[in-house]
Design a protein around this ligand. Structure first.
Ligand SMILES: NC(=O)c1ccc[n+]([C@@H]2O[C@H](COP(=O)([O-])OP(=O)(O)OC[C@H]3O[C@@H](n4cnc5c(N)ncnc54)[C@H](O)[C@@H]3O)[C@@H](O)[C@H]2O)c1
Length: 430
C-alpha cells in the first residue's frame, strides 16, 4: 500500500484509511527539487492503444511537463502502438510522437523507450504489461487492472518482481472537486462520512445498434461494473475508507445482442454494422450496497442511462455537513454545513479555483471559473507517474498513482459484487 503523504496526514478520527494518500494540498506544496540536474536524462514515452482513453494518455504526456514548474527531465515522444495502423499513424502525427507501430513488442524492444501507458482492452492488459515489465519498462496501465481477478493477481505478482515501476490509472482521484471533498473530510470541515451515495450513469450502450466490441464480451460483472464501477468503487474508498462487505449485488443486461461492426470501433462510438448479431454476455447495469468501517453506501452504474453520457455523481453526508460532485459541472462542488447560518442554511455552490487541489500553479490559467474536465485529470496522472519515474521524492511530487495491489483490491470488490449478484444479493465479506 502507498504510505500517506506526511505533508497532509489524515486525522485518525475521520475513518478514512490513511493508506490512501491525501489530496495534493497547495498550502503545503513547494516546488520539487530537480533531482536529475547533474545526471540529465531524457525519458522516452510510448502509449499502446490510440483509442478513446489512449488519446487522453497520449495528450497527457504532452501536457504533463507544463504543469507546475519545469522539474522533469526532457521527454521524448517516441511511439504510439495500435493494431489499427491508420489510427496509430494519424494519432502520432496529431500529437507529435515520432512514429507509430502495430505490434506492441516493438515498443518493448526499443531501448529508447522508458515509460509506457497500456490503454487497450482489459483482456489484453496481462500479456502486454508482462512483456513490458520483463523488458524493464515503467508501466502505467488503465483500469480495471485486467479482465479477471486471476490475471490481475498475476500482474501484481509481476509488478512486485519487476525492477521498474507499475501503476494503475484511476483518473478521477485527480479531479479537483473530489480531491477537495476528501480534504474537507480529512480536515473536519465535513468530518467523518456517515452515508455515501455514488452513481455513474452513462449512455454509451443505450443504442441497440451500437456495435459489438470488447466492452460487451466477458462474464457478468465485466461490463458496466468493471468499466465505470471500478472508478465509482475506488472513489468510494477514497472518500470513506476501506470497504468491509458488499450486499444486494444486482447485475442486468438490457440489450442482449449487438450487431457486428463492419470496420474498426473506437471507444463508445457508433460504426457501420452488419446484419449479424453477437450476444452481449455482460452487464449493462449494476448496483450494490457497501459497508465501510463508519458508514454505508449505495453504488449504481449503468451504460444504458439515455441522456447521461458521463454522469459521475457522488454525494457524501458527514458529521458536520455534506458535499456533492457531478461530472457535468466539474469545476464546481456543492457544500452544506450544519453550522452555516441557522434558518438560512442550505447547499452552496463552490467554484473550484486556485484554493483547491491541483489547480494553483498547475494550469496555464489557474483561476476560478476556467473549468476543469476529465482530460486534465489524465495530465495530472501522467505528471505524477513521470515524477515517480524521474525519482522525485514523494514529498515534492503529486500523490503517487495507485499500485497494482490496489488495482487487485479494486477488482476483489467487483468480484464480490458479482458473487453477491449470483446468489440473490447475499452479503459478501471482503
Ligand atoms: N480512465 C478512464 O477514464 C478510462 C476511460 C475509458 C477507457 N479506459 C480504459 O482504457 C482502456 C482502453 O479503453 P478505450 O475506451 O480507449 O478502448 P478503445 O476500444 O477506444 O481503444 C482500444 C484501442 O486498442 C487498439 N488495440 C486493440 N488490440 C491491440 C493490440 N493488441 N495492440 C495495440 N493496440 C490494440 C484498438 O485498435 C483501439 O484503437 C480500457 O482498459 C478501459 O477500461 C479508461
Amino acid at each position: 500500500m502507498i504510505p500517506a503523504d506526511s505533508a497532509t496526514p489524515a486525522p485518525a478520527s475521520t475513518g478514512v484509511d490513511s493508506a490512501f494518500p491525501p489530496c495534493f494540498d497547495r498550502a503545503t506544496w513547494s516546488a520539487p527539487r530537480k533531482l536529475i540536474e547533474e545526471d540529465h536524462v531524457t525519458i522516452g514515452v510510448a502509449v499502446i492503444g490510440a483509442g478513446m482513453a489512449g488519446k487522453a494518455h497520449i495528450a497527457a504526456y504532452r501536457v504533463a511537463p507544463t504543469l507546475y514548474e519545469s522539474t522533469l527531465p526532457d521527454l521524448r515522444y517516441v511511439a504510439i502502438g495500435d493494431i489499427n495502423a491508420e489510427l496509430g499513424a494519424a494519432t502520432a502525427k496529431r500529437y507529435g510522437y515520432e512514429r507509430s507501430v502495430t505490434d506492441w513488442r516493438e515498443i518493448a524492444e526499443d531501448p529508447s523507450i522508458d515509460v509506457v501507458s497500456v490503454v487497450i482492452a482489459n483482456s489484453l492488459h496481462l500479456e502486454v504489461v508482462k512483456g513490458l515489465l520483463e523488458a524493464g519498462k515503467h508501466v502505467l496501465c488503465e483500469k480495471p487492472l485486467s479482465d479477471t481477478l486471476e490475471s490481475a493477481r498475476e500482474m501484481a505478482r509481476l509488478a512486485d518482481e519487476a525492477s521498474s515501476i507499475a501503476r494503475i490509472g484511476l483518473t478521477f482521484r485527480r479531479q479537483p472537486g473530489l480531491a477537495a471533498i476528501r480534504q474537507w473530510i480529512d480536515d473536519g470541515t465535513l468530518g467523518k462520512v456517515l452515508h455515501y451515495s455514488g452513481r455513474y450513469w452513462c449512455d454509451y450502450g443505450c443504442n441497440p445498434q451500437g456495435p459489438m466490441s470488447w466492452r460487451y464480451r466477458g462474464p457478468m460483472g465485466s461490463g458496466a461494473l468493471a468499466d465505470v464501477g471500478s472508478h465509482l468503487t475506488y472513489l468510494s474508498e477514497f472518500l470513506c475508507g476501506d470497504m468491509r462487505s458488499v450486499a444486494g449485488g444486482t447485475l442486468g443486461t438490457a440489450i442482449t445482442e449487438r450487431p457486428l461492426p463492419l470496420g474498426a470501433v473506437v471507444g463508445h462510438g457508433l460504426a457501420a454494422v452488419s446484419d449479424d448479431y453477437e450476444p452481449v454476455t455482460n452487464d449493462d447495469y449494476a448496483s450494490y450496497t457497501a459497508q465501510f468501517d463508519d458508514c454505508m453506501g449505495t453504488l449504481e452504474v449503468s451504460r444504458v442511462a439515455a441522456g447521461y453520457p458521463n454522469a459521475l455523481n457522488i454525494e457524501v453526508f458527514c458529521e458536520n455537513g455534506a458535499a456533492s460532485f457531478h461530472q457535468d459541472t466539474p469545476s464546481q462542488v456543492r457544500l452544506y454545513r450544519h453550522d452555516d447560518m441557522p434558518g438560512k442554511n442550505g447547499y452552496r455552490t463552490v467554484n473550484l479555483g486556485s484554493d483547491h487541489p491541483y489547480i494553483a500553479g498547475g494550469l496555464p490559467m489557474d483561476v476560478s471559473g476556467v473549468g476543469f474536465g476529465q482530460n486534465e485529470g489524465f495530465a495530472f496522472q501522467a505528471r505524477a507517474f513521470l515524477e515517480e519515474v524521474a525519482g522525485i521524492d514523494e514529498e515534492h511530487s503529486l500523490p503517487r498513482n495507485a499500485s497494482f495491489d490496489e488495482g487487485v483490491h479494486n477488482m476483489e470488490i467487483l468480484a464480490a459484487v458479482a458473487e453477491s449478484a449470483a446468489d440473490e444479493g447475499k452479503k459478501v465479506t471482503l
